[in-house]
Design a protein around this ligand. Structure first.
Ligand SMILES: NC(=O)c1ccc[n+]([C@@H]2O[C@H](COP(=O)([O-])OP(=O)(O)OC[C@H]3O[C@@H](n4cnc5c(N)ncnc54)[C@H](O)[C@@H]3O)[C@@H](O)[C@H]2O)c1
Length: 341
């Protein structure tokens, strides 16, 4: 058990890091000892805004010199793998932004390295800590809606052109690994797979560029997953809607139905059954705040974060298979990888 505050460095001082730092500051048991960005200007502005003592532009130097228990990685997707390898070699625990890695094979390597080194790796799929998503998942996992027959996920989001202009890595297949499916859709696919408790076995997918034609990644993705237990999941992930609409997850069981929506606030409705709903075990204003505290508790010897690296492998495998099917035009197997997931 740690007797002092968890010392963490923020790596990548961009969009999401600002929210994470805000919630880390509200946590009396966390201290941000360093921040790092390749842009010195960004890193310095970030350190002033959040009262962070040490500023770095070189991640390896930061790992060697800053007083740290853990790192929070909020950088383009292609950097997650290499930065986690370096953090594990330095014996630092990791909270990495989603997706865990760009490719499932990289994720498997990190899980093995981290488990061998005794390093804790959590993935910031914070929707597992969302009040509605958590209740939905726990009710389904405990069998209260019966045997899951099928599920439907809808993410009708909107992005302005500055989404690609402000963070140009979003445009690049090599850096982002894909568009709306890996970046946004994977959040809710992760929750649904967690709820259904069965591994994805086969995938059919299609992707399109309906609005953003000059980038390399899709702004619309649709997929169907067949789980090992026979249930089907249908997914529509979009950043091409004219205005953002409510996100939803519908899970249809043999006894009843569970419907999650995030609008006007995150909640789940149960239809046809009485459910003893379980509340998220960590208090907080926001899922992101609870996810960070969940990581801190794990580092401090408490229960694992709800999304360990290992827990995050099924969604990577599913996303990869949907993309593979979109390219091949065929129903594709979901590769379970070399370690049991
Ligand atoms: N959990 C969520 O809800 C959520 C929301 C948004 C983004 N994200 C994830 O967070 C990550 C970052 O996304 P973002 O929107 O904040 O991107 P961003 O472009 O706003 O910020 C990324 C930052 O990383 C910096 N950077 C790039 N290379 C670096 C390096 N080698 N060393 C140090 N810094 C480097 C960039 O200069 C930039 O400041 C991605 O994995 C993304 O998918 C998660």
């Amino acid at each position: 058990m740690m007797t002092k505050k968890m010392r963490i460095a923020i790596v990548g001082c961009g969009d999401i890091a600002g929210f994470t730092a805000m919630f880390a500051r509200l946590n009396r048991n966390i201290v941000m000892t360093a921040c790092c960005d390749v842009s010195r200007e960004r890193a310095e502005a970030f350190s002033r805004r959040h009262g962070i003592a040490q500023v770095f532009t070189d991640y390896a130097k930061m790992l060697a010199n800053a007083p740290l228990d853990a790192v929070y990685l909020a950088v383009p997707h292609n950097l997650h793998f290499e930065m986690m390898q370096l953090a594990i070699a330095a014996g630092r625990h990791i909270l990495v932004e989603k997706p865990f890695t760009r490719l499932q094979a990289e994720g498997i390597e990190i899980v093995q390295m981290a488990e061998n080194a005794g390093v804790k790796v959590a993935v910031n799929y914070q929707y597992r800590y969302d009040a509605g998503c958590f209740r939905l998942a726990r009710a389904v996992q405990s069998g209260q809606i019966g045997e899951v027959r099928h599920a439907r996920i809808n993410i009708p989001w909107h992005r302005e052109p500055n989404y690609f202009e402000m963070s140009t890595w979003h445009k690049s297949m090599a850096q982002a690994g894909g568009g709306t499916l890996i970046t946004q859709g994977s959040h809710f696919l992760d929750v649904t797979l967690w709820a259904c408790g069965s591994h994805p076995a086969h995938a059919i997918g299609m992707t399109a560029q309906r609005v953003f034609k000059s980038v390399e990644v899709e702004d619309l993705a649709m997929g169907i997953l067949e789980l090992e237990n026979g249930a089907l999941i249908e997914l529509c992930s979009s950043m091409a809607t004219a205005s953002e609409q409510a996100t939803s997850i519908e899970i249809y069981g043999s006894k009843g139905t569970a419907i999650y929506t995030d609008h006007p606030w995150p909640r789940v409705r149960f239809i046809g059954i009485r459910v003893k709903a379980e509340a998220v075990p960590i208090l907080g204003l926001h899922a992101l705040q609870r996810s960070i505290e969940g990581f801190r508790r794990w580092v401090d010897g408490g229960n694992p974060h709800l999304v360990t690296g290992r827990e995050s492998l099924p969604v990577l495998a599913a996303v990869e298979a949907i993309y593979r099917s979109a390219r091949s035009g065929k129903r594709e197997p979901v590769e379970a990888g070399k370690i049991s997931i």
